[in-house]
Design a protein around this ligand. Structure first.
Ligand SMILES: [Zn+2]
Length: 194
């Protein structure tokens, strides 16, 4: 478990109902927002036994072994702080996440593809600065024209996001099921509405 624990999180909607534990870094922020850092309860119990985490909230449900009974942990915090990765990988997923799963021309959410802002035929490269999420109709409309010739504009200038920017975007997309004991740790540092 330790070693790949930064990426192996519960993602299946059905598994979200099987008592996963929210994993917090030593600073009490979730290790990851998207996907949300959730371990299967077995991993959380194991990590607690190995003294790698503290249990700070529990489910009402109990697990029993021949030698002990234990409430299933619902929130655990790592004892050792894990440094967040600084560099963001240029992947399809991260690019969609940067663009919040919206077409960067019209803002629609469905049927997303990628578009080269400066067309490849005109020397445009595949980079954070030149690729955006685009819906199929906009992609078709723009074709291999420049923005000006296509008479289209971008919602925001594309650029490489920092890890923390991407993390903040990820917070907007919580999984379908959130246990009440997770709420304090997911939103406690959110900006308060006046
Ligand atoms: Zn569009």
């Amino acid at each position: 478990m330790i070693g790949d624990f930064r990426t192996h999180f519960v993602r299946e909607p059905s598994a979200l109902r099987h008592h996963p534990a929210l994993v917090l870094n030593a600073d009490f922020r979730p290790l990851s927002y998207y996907p949300l850092s959730l371990w299967p309860w077995q991993e959380a119990v194991k990590a607690a036994f190995l003294d790698r985490v503290d249990i700070i909230a529990e489910y009402d449900e109990i697990v029993r072994s021949p030698s002990m009974t234990l409430k299933i942990p619902s929130v655990v915090v790592l004892k050792d702080y894990v440094k967040p990765r600084k560099r963001v990988a240029f992947t399809r997923f991260n690019l969609f996440l940067r663009d919040e799963f919206r077409c960067q021309y019209c803002g629609s959410k469905g049927d997303l593809t990628f578009d080269h802002v400066v067309p490849r035929a005109s020397g445009g490269i595949t980079s954070w600065e030149n690729v955006v999420a685009a819906c199929a109709p906009c992609n078709l409309r723009k074709g291999s024209k420049s923005l000006r010739r296509a008479n289209m504009s971008l919602r925001k200038p594309p650029r490489q996001p920092s890890a923390s920017e991407l993390m903040n975007v990820g917070r907007k997309f919580p999984p379908g099921h959130l246990h009440e004991s997770w709420m304090d740790y997911l939103y406690w540092d959110a900006v308060l509405d006046a």
